[in-house]
Design a protein around this ligand. Structure first.
Ligand code: ASP
Length: 317
């Protein structure tokens, strides 16, 4: 880029090198763990994550335990067992994890395994790869001792049958949510986990943002972490979670970073997107932020001995 163009770009905020955060100057909180999760089921997930931290677990252990809580909940129709199936009645799961060293693991289109988040962690820790999908992911899980079970519960089967009768092409976006758990542990290290059954009654083979590193989740132990929920296709197109973390690196607060990432989506849709995306962000100094596009969104924050649910309105509400 020519020097003149560089300054032009800086002036309109495209490049803001002066405001880049110097990681070494961030005050890292010690012995002040933070757990931040999406949606109301995040409350229970936070309890499990906190338990893990109290028992000596690190940020990665805690994020995994939190995510596992939602995966085990049969009443939760958008994560793990009891999650809504695809249009053919198969429950197919997506999940990923990232630890404080920048390692990542992911599984997509995984069937019959109760804890995809733990399989994603195994991929990260025990293989040379980042992502395993479908049959290969299932085989890997089974060979590592994960039991195969039927994830379609009576209730989710009944709902799916009902959907088949109505022949709706798509379900409203509100009917699919993801649990993402962002953790800062006692040492100040960051890690995260993200897991979902994805878009209810999606096409067979569809994979959303949740197992895509940088889209559904991104952790940079120098700067912060971010995670997404909502319409995965649109999160992927804007590389949402990576963008939120990079915006924090450029000096935005966690909330401003979430908002700016959403503004790009709004712009892409001429000011009027008809779907939901929600972001949560946790900066290395322990501050958090969240924003969503439309309607409302809830996140659960556990900090300073309190675990609370917060409701926010969409930028366009
Ligand atoms: N982001 C998830 C997906 O698109 C679902 C959701 O969070 O609503 O698969």
């Amino acid at each position: 880029m020519k020097r003149r163009d560089f300054f032009k770009a800086s002036a309109i905020g495209v490049i803001t090198p002066k405001s880049l955060i110097e990681a070494s100057k961030i005050k890292i909180p010690k012995n002040k763990p933070v757990v931040l999760s999406t949606w109301n089921f995040g409350l229970k997930a936070n309890v499990e994550a906190e338990k893990s931290l109290r028992n000596g677990g690190n940020a990665m252990d805690a994020a995994e335990k939190g995510a596992m809580n939602a995966e085990s909940d049969e009443e939760n129709n958008s994560v793990g067992i009891g999650g809504a199936p695809d249009e053919k009645g198969n429950v197919t799961l997506d999940a990923c994890v990232m630890d404080s060293s920048g390692n990542a693991g992911s599984v997509a289109f995984l069937q019959n395994i109760k804890h995809p988040v733990s399989v994603a962690r195994k991929v990260m820790e025990d293989t040379k790869h980042v992502m395993l999908v479908g049959e290969g992911a299932r085989e890997f899980a089974v060979s590592n001792g994960f039991k195969e079970i039927d994830l379609l519960t009576k209730k989710s089967k009944k709902e799916w049958k009902k959907w088949l009768k109505t022949k709706r092409e798509m379900t409203p976006h509100e009917t699919h949510d993801t649990i993402s758990v962002l953790v800062q542990d006692k040492k100040g290290d960051l890690a995260g986990a993200c897991t979902t059954s994805g878009w209810a009654y999606k096409m067979h083979g569809r994979v959303g943002d949740s197992p895509i590193i940088g889209s559904g989740l991104f952790v940079d132990n120098e700067i912060g972490s971010a995670a997404a929920t909502g319409l995965g296709e649109e999160v992927i197109k804007t590389n949402g979670s990576f963008l939120v973390v990079e915006l924090m690196r450029q000096g935005r607060s966690p909330m401003e970073a979430c908002e700016e990432a959403l503004k790009r989506v709004i712009k892409r849709h001429n000011g009027n997107p008809d779907f939901q995306i929600g972001y949560i962000a946790l900066r290395k100094d322990g501050t958090i932020g969240s924003a969503c596009l439309k309607w409302s969104f809830e996140y659960a924050l556990s900090k300073n001995g309190e675990n609370k649910l917060y409701k926010i309105n969409g930028l366009l509400s």
